[in-house]
Every structure is written in C-alpha cells, then in structure tokens.
Write a protein that binds this ligand. Structure first.
Ligand SMILES: Nc1ncnc2c1ncn2[C@@H]1O[C@H](COP(=O)(O)OP(=O)(O)OP(=O)(O)O)[C@@H](O)[C@H]1O
Length: 331
C-alpha cells in the first residue's frame, strides 16, 4: 500500500504559503476577517485562511457583503456562505444599503468596506483580508498609467493598508488569478463568476480581456508580473519621498495670512521631484485640493522661472511669489 499522503496541489500550496506569510506579520491575537465575494480569488483565499488560521491559533471569519444590487445577490451570498461553512469558517452575511454617491460602483465599494470594517471592529483586534491578485494589481497600474496620474496610482494597492484603524491585508498580490482558479478546482470549490467581470463597458474589463493579453502577445510574457513589480518599486520610492517631504516641510513652511508660505530659496534648493511633491503636498494638506501636474509646474515656475508673473489661481487657493516666499492663500 502506498502510504504517502496525496501531494498538495501546487496552486493550493502557493496560496497557503502566501496567507501564512501575511499572517505571520500581523498581531498574533488578531481575528482574520476574510472578505468573501464568492469569486475564485476570495474563495481560494478563504480556503487557505480556513487551513492556516487554526494552525496559527487565530480565529477566522468569512464576511460576505450582499449589496442587493443584482437579483441573484442573496442567492450568491447564501451559496458562498455555505461553501465557507463547509471550509470550517464562521460566516456572516451582511446586507447593505447602497446609495448612489459617486456612481453605483463607488457606492457599492464604500458600503462594502464600511460593512467589513464594522464586522472587524466588533471583533477587534482583527484584520481584514481581501483576495486582490497580481492580475488586479497589473490592471490597476496599467489604468493609472493610461490616466497619467503619477506615482499615486502607479504604485497600485499596498499589501497592508489601513482602513480607519483596521489593517486591510492583501495576501494574494503576488499570486496570479489563474492560480486561485486552479486552487479552487483542486479543492472542489465552485466559485461565482461576477457578470461585471466580463462586462466590457468597464475599462478594467477591457484591460483584463484585451489589453493585457495583447501586450503579452506582442511584447512578451511576464507583463503582468512586470507591472506589479513596478508598483512595488514605486511604492517604496513614494514612501521614501513621503518621509523626505515630512522632514523638509517642517523647516520650510510657515503660516501666512489665510494660508501658508514656503521659502523660495528652500524650494529652489530641492530637486524638481521633491519640489513638485512639496507643492502638491502643502496644497492638499492646507486646502484639501489635489493639483494637476500642469498646475504644479505653473507654481514651480514661480521659483525656477521668475519673471514677475502674477498670482496663479488654483483649486480652492491662489499661489503668488511675495518677496522670498511663495504664498499659497485661500481664495
Ligand atoms: N460582496 C463582497 N463581500 C465581501 N468581500 C468582497 C465582496 N466583493 C469583493 N470583495 C472583496 O474584495 C476583493 C476585490 O474584489 P473586486 O475585485 O470585485 O473589487 P473591486 O471593486 O474591483 O476592488 P476594490 O475592492 O479594491 O475596489 C475580493 O477578492 C474580496 O476579498
């Protein structure tokens, strides 16, 4: 008789490894709240959490948010709940009311994260884990690149972020979407295919179904991994910049009437990348507005190409060079 244990499917092993590594870095007492949509990504994640959490002596819970937006949503939620119970997880199905602020997608997202946060807060200390994959990351980076929106969106999603005081963890950011499907299949788990994921009115769906495959075919394989790696690298750079900005700002920004003032000499002494970030940062911090690149460059020209130009109107404020200072004041 062959006494060897049946070998673990590589996809299941990879996802368990990713979950184990993510859990190892967290508060050892934290309950793991798995955000479960019923799709393959979060189902594979839930299965790995169901396996790993007890081994790490942690409580775990699957939370399924029913947005009530599609006719079948209650049935989808109930089926995901049954699957999660079958995995040995405690389960909560939360029905939310989705408003329409910022459009249906944004409203659903905000209701979803609100509900997940509430469930986690009730079990504090707790962390929320989601099933975002490397493919989600690559799509996010490509969409950000197309918008020309700079490091803020090119850096994609963080592996660990903060949801109003609750850690939001994405253990599968290095895992391909096809691996989550393979893991579900290997464990006999049937998942739900969200019709939104194939609705090509959404730019993300077009990127997923046409753009990334075309790039892979034309430029070579490994594009998704390369985009995800770029995000990680930019995230590191952005963290370093944030630190430098925080240190620099303390020394060079001072209050002015109805706003703030920044020393021209200090701005000039900094490299352009830091100068531009400082300008954007002070406007965001003081006036809660986000400057476009063109607006940022116009303010920077008050420092680098000063020819006596007049004040610059910006969203919610105005920038002017007054003596040795750039004054940014309310308007
Ligand atoms: N209805 C839901 N209930 C619980 N968790 C969900 C639900 N929908 C999505 N999630 C969680 O969010 C992850 C990402 O899902 P999806 O890609 O559909 O969302 P998105 O809107 O594209 O991303 P984001 O949540 O970052 O806006 C899933 O893997 C899952 O962990």
């Amino acid at each position: 008789m062959d006494e060897r244990r049946p070998s673990l499917h590589p996809a299941v092993a990879e996802i368990r490894r990713a979950v184990r590594a993510a859990l190892a870095d967290l508060d050892p007492k934290a309950t793991v709240v798995v955000a479960l949509s019923g799709g393959a990504d979060s189902l594979a994640l839930a299965a790995a959490v169901a396996f790993e959490a007890p081994r790490a002596r942690r409580d775990a819970l699957a939370v399924i948010v029913d947005h009530g937006l599609q006719e079948a949503s209650a049935a989808v939620a109930a089926s995901a709940a049954e699957t999660a119970r079958g995995l040995g997880l405690a389960v909560r199905v939360v029905r939310v009311d989705v408003g329409d602020e910022g459009g249906p997608e944004a409203a659903a997202r905000s209701a979803r994260y609100g509900a997940l946060r509430t469930e986690a807060a009730e079990r504090a200390p707790a962390v929320i884990v989601t099933g975002h994959t490397l493919d989600d990351q690559a799509e996010t980076v490509l969409l950000g690149l197309a918008r020309g929106s700079g490091a803020a969106s090119l850096q994609g999603m963080a592996a660990v972020s903060d949801l109003d005081g609750i850690p939001l963890v994405r253990p599968l950011l290095d895992v391909r979407r096809e691996t989550t499907r393979a893991a579900c299949t290997a464990q006999g788990l049937s998942w739900w295919d969200d019709p939104h994921n194939t609705d090509d009115r959404f730019a993300r769906v077009r990127v997923r179904e046409r753009v990334l495959p075309a790039l892979e075919a034309e430029i070579g394989p490994g594009i998704a991994e390369a985009l995800a790696r770029t995000a990680t690298q930019l995230r590191e750079d952005a963290a370093a910049f944030d630190e430098m900005i925080a240190e620099t700002i303390e020394d060079i920004v001072e209050p002015a009437e109805a706003g703030i003032a920044v020393s021209v000499a200090a701005l000039a002494a900094n490299p352009a990348a830091l100068r531009h970030r400082i300008i954007r940062h002070v406007v965001a911090a003081e006036f809660h507005q986000s400057l476009t690149r063109a607006q940022t460059l116009e303010v920077a020209r008050l420092v680098t190409h000063w020819t006596g130009q007049g004040p610059i109107d910006l969203p919610g404020c105005r920038a002017a060079r007054v003596g040795g200072r750039i004054e940014i004041t309310a308007r």
